[in-house]
Design a protein around this ligand. Sequence first.
Ligand code: SME
Length: 180
Amino acid sequence: MVALNDYSGLREDDEALVLEQAHHLWDDDLPLVSNLANASALLKAYLTQTNWVGFYLWEPAREELVLGPFQGLVACTRIPRGRGVCGTAVETRQSQLVPDVHLFPGHIACDSASASEVVVPLLQGQTVLGVLDIDSPVKGRFDPSDLRFLEAFGTLVAGKWAENRGALSTPPGVTRAGAR
Ligand code: SME
């Protein structure tokens, strides 16, 4: 199991280790939701001073993000394109580094403790798969170096997400009509 005491305190070494752990934790034969759940738990265990770490999944049919696996308090479930920090990351396909969420126009406050935030869009080419969202109760918690690491984490997850073979929801042989 991955534990905080796996980390040395040397940023470059620890970030490389987290990326390696994320790579090894991912199991292509599991449902995507299982892999994203462990990816969010891994990142939450590594990142100090964070109160929410998780994923939103892009739903093309509705043109909005829907809540995915996360660590933290209950969160808003649907975010339209262009709304809040997450919707802006989708719209622009650019990471958002927000030192003070109260100064971000349209910021959506799920946890009132959140003070700063990073959102990384997860892309397959130019297609949005979802976003990685990290909140901190500390203003200015994230610097450009954190952003580079989180973008590397996002690139790893997006690459694996695009390849994930596991069932997305209903196991083979079980149909809605047949369900009791
Ligand atoms: N703050 C985000 C909403 C999601 S929560 O932080 C979990 C936003 O403005 O899009």
